[in-house]
Write a protein that binds this ligand. Structure first.
Ligand SMILES: CC[C@H](O)CC(=O)C(=O)O
Ligand SMILES: [Mn+2]
Length: 342
């Protein structure tokens, strides 16, 4: 593969943040310590640790964390010799004060995440992170739902606020390879900062999409070991690293150590196997936020509905992150409608 960038690839392992959705936000300090230590020893570049919905996400709406995320961040920082600890922040959920606290505890990269059309809400947080001396990336979520021109406009806003890179974030795992190619190359040709890619494997194309992104010049790449991320999980980190190794692309990360930690450290944490099942497949198919899966399954049980019907309806309504309350509303409406039809 010929990469359209001469910069080295930098990987962010997201299982301790995106995987928080799968764990219903119940990570323990020991789990985070063991995973961060093993990832650090394998040479991982960045390890993201936060509530699944980012700093400040531990609420009734998003799900309460078992362990205070600041404790988890501090634990991960303490476990790492070389890896940097990253945090995710969604303006409106996380605040500048939480960002300062995380930075004080040793988090040195923040990814400021907004819906793909709402980059303007990231200005204050990006400025503050730069003032704190943190590395800052923009994270444009639900990137499948906007055309390349919109992504360019929004990424340029983040660049103007001081972001040092912008991610195409396929939150729904809905992007197809040609759509990734179009979006990454559009950003690569329009920005003076790095471009990143964050995938979800709901349609089983996360590794393929990530390879396309790398070829088009993305240099910041996300993955989760054993697919420990929302929905069917993210690009499986250890698999991607093996493929890149076969392609002769240098990552600086020890493949055997990654395979071992996938088996011995992350494997035992998994509440179930991260396969593509009907719920996650429906999300990729309908373009729904991956972190809605557990919420939709719970609503399905509560209202006696097939969670897929709830997910498909959420896709039609173009629900965005932060609208977890809409899941209940949609389920209640569907249940009412189906009773009327009987
Ligand atoms: C709720 C935040 C979300 O999980 C961020 C993310 O990883 C994505 O949009 O894919
Ligand atoms: Mn994600």
């Amino acid at each position: 593969m010929k990469r359209n960038s001469s910069l080295p690839l930098k990987f962010t392992e997201v299982s301790l943040r995106d995987g928080s959705h799968v764990m219903a936000h119940q990570f323990t300090e020991k789990q985070v310590f063991d995973a961060a230590k093993a990832l650090d020893e394998a040479g991982m570049h960045y390890i993201e640790v936060s509530h699944g919905d980012g700093l400040g996400g531990s609420t009734l709406q998003y799900g309460r964390s078992l362990t205070d995320e600041m404790k988890l961040i501090e634990t991960a920082v303490g476990a790492c010799q070389q890896a940097k600890v990253a945090v995710l922040l969604l303006p409106g959920i996380g605040t500048v004060s939480e960002l300062k606290q995380a930075n004080k505890l040793g988090a040195s990269l923040v990814r400021v995440a907004t819906h793909v059309t709402e980059a303007d809400v990231s200005a204050q947080h990006i400025h503050m992170a730069r003032e704190l001396g943190m590395e800052v990336m923009g994270f444009l979520m639900m990137a499948h739902s906007a055309p390349a021109e919109k992504l360019i406009e929004q990424a340029k806003l983040m660049e103007s606020y001081g972001a040092q890179g912008v991610y195409v974030t396929d939150s729904a795992g809905a992007l197809l390879p040609h759509e990734v190619k179009e979006r990454i190359s559009a950003l690569r040709n329009s920005l003076d900062i790095e471009v990143g890619f964050h995938a979800h494997n709901n349609l089983s194309v996360a590794v393929a999409n990530t390879l396309v992104a790398i070829e088009e010049g993305a240099t910041r790449i996300d993955g989760s070991v054993r697919c420990l991320g929302a929905g069917a999980g993210n690009t499986q980190t250890e698999v991607l690293l093996a493929v890149l190794d076969r392609m002769g692309i240098e990552t600086g990360i020890d493949l055997y150590k990654m395979m071992d930690l996938a088996e011995d450290v992350i494997g035992p944490m998994l509440p179930g196997s991260q396969e593509i099942r009907k719920g996650s497949l429906a999300m990729g198919y309908a373009g729904v936020y991956s972190s809605f899966l557990l919420h939709a399954e719970r609503a399905g049980k509560r209202f006696g509905l097939d969670p897929r019907d709830i997910l498909i309806e959420l896709g039609k309504r173009k629900a965005v992150g932060g609208q977890e309350d809409l899941i209940i509303e949609v389920a209640a409406e569907l249940a009412k409608k189906s009773k009327l039809e009987v």
